[in-house]
Design a protein around this ligand. Structure first.
Ligand code: CS2
Ligand code: MG
Length: 409
């Protein structure tokens, strides 16, 4: 089964997506997601100019050899652009292999280890009343696990809180990348944030009780000692996890956080290979691996990372915001269903325009996702719909402290 055609499809329904479509000489089609929010065209160019021609004529069944060929053959290794490009190829080939076997992809990954994939959604509010409203909306959608993000008194828009006006009567879901010529700049104050967050969780627990599974994303904005302080101050509210509590390029920084708090920690959505996790996993400095299939070199690579993590009682918490396309989400769900050390799956619901471009077979019911029983990933790409949504450059915000110093966003 030879690779005959390789297409890089860039479309912008609701937001920008990069999709790879591979077609074999016997007409099988596989899709892969190469979306990298704010830097999409870098991945599209990497695929178009440096990968596509290398794939033509290769045996589509050789997923592992193709992965190693693209990883080691490039000479220059790792990094978000390279690994998103390799991920797009890897997932497209898994899609093809599962279609050739006439099975849903999870069957090739070991079959189902559970009946469904527990998901969490994103509740947010500029203030606590709006947050409560958002929590109730997510409970009405069936979510049993909910991430909590709010504004911070004295600050303007901050990460995680939809600041755009309501659209069609419902608050537009939070898309951080703004279609502006320059990145939007936001102002940050960690001290104000550290004072405010525990009061928010106190209010949420008082309003919604102890059962509701709650998560929070620190989004890389604290130092290790600040992260330790927040983890400790949130212990009474029994979070499922505190995410990205501190930048983790220096993995050893998490030793300090771990010394001070038993709040579970999740890290890794901006990582792109197992090497980013090595100390975090072997010293059990985290409880959940946050990478997305799309950013980590695909199903082949993320499955290996999660098998490594399983030896240290660390579970999956695969990244699933709207800048992971429905193709990337479907790949995650198939992996979630099959692996033993599944933790939870992030699931921010895509918009109507996105769902017009990507026709999906997965389901979400009573808080659980399921990838469906269609052969392959279970996603098809609607070229006609996609052609309506031209690419528009978009940038993630840049964060600055009040004195103007650039800070992690
Ligand atoms: C966030 C992401 O979902 C999350 O946990 O960290 O939404 C992140 O902000 C976006 O992927 C950035 O594009
Ligand atoms: Mg995050």
């Amino acid at each position: 089964m030879k690779i005959e055609k390789v297409e890089v499809l860039v479309s912008s329904p609701d937001r920008n997506f990069v999709t790879l479509r591979i077609t074999t000489d016997d007409g099988l089609v596989g899709l892969g997601d190469g979306t990298l929010n704010g830097r999409e065209l870098a991945v599209a160019s990497y695929l178009e100019n440096h990968v596509a021609a290398l794939l033509i004529g290769r045996d589509a069944h050789q997923i592992e050899d193709t992965w190693q060929y693209l990883y080691r053959g490039a000479y220059w290794r790792r990094g978000p652009v390279t690994m998103a490009a390799i991920a797009a190829v890897d997932v497209a080939l898994w899609d093809i292999k599962a279609k050739a076997a006439n099975m849903p992809l999870y069957q090739l990954l070991g079959g189902a280890s559970r009946t469904g994939v527990r998901a969490y959604g994103h509740a947010s509010g500029l203030d606590v009343p709006e947050l409560f409203d958002s929590i109730r909306k997510h409970q009405a959608l069936g979510y049993k696990a909910i991430r909590i993000q709010t504004g911070v008194p004295g600050l303007g828009s901050v990460y995680g809180v939809a600041s755009s006006p309501t659209v069609g009567g419902k608050r537009y879901d939070y898309e951080p990348a703004r279609r502006t010529a320059l990145p939007v700049e936001e102002t940050w104050d960690t001290a104000a944030y550290l004072r405010h967050v525990p009061t928010v969780f106190e209010a949420v627990r008082n309003e919604f009780g102890p059962e509701l599974t709650l998560l929070h994303d620190g989004h890389h904005r604290m130092t290790p000692i600040q992260a330790a302080k927040l983890g400790k101050s949130l212990e009474p509210y029994d979070l499922f996890w505190l995410e990205d509590c501190t930048p983790a390029e220096n993995q050893e920084a998490l030793r300090l956080v771990r010394q001070h708090t038993v709040t579970p920690l999740a890290i890794g959505e901006i990582f792109n290979t197992v090497w980013d996790y090595q100390t975090l996993i072997t010293e059990q400095l985290i409880d959940y691996v946050r990478s997305a299939v799309t950013h980590t070199g695909g199903i082949s690579a993320l499955k290996k990372i999660l098998e490594f993590a399983a030896q240290y009682q660390i579970k999956s918490g695969i990244h699933g915001p709207t800048d992971i396309s429905p193709v990337g989400m479907a790949a995650a769900m198939h992996l979630d269903l099959a692996i033993h050390n599944f933790g939870i799956q992030e699931y921010m619901q895509h918009g109507d325009a996105t769902n017009e471009v990507f026709i999906q077979s997965f389901s979400f019911e009573d808080g659980y996702l399921h990838p469906g029983e269609q052969a392959g990933l279970g996603v098809t790409y609607n070229d006609e719909a996609a052609s309506k949504f031209e690419y528009q450059g978009a940038y993630l915000p840049v964060n600055r402290l009040k004195d103007g110093t650039v800070h992690d966003w």
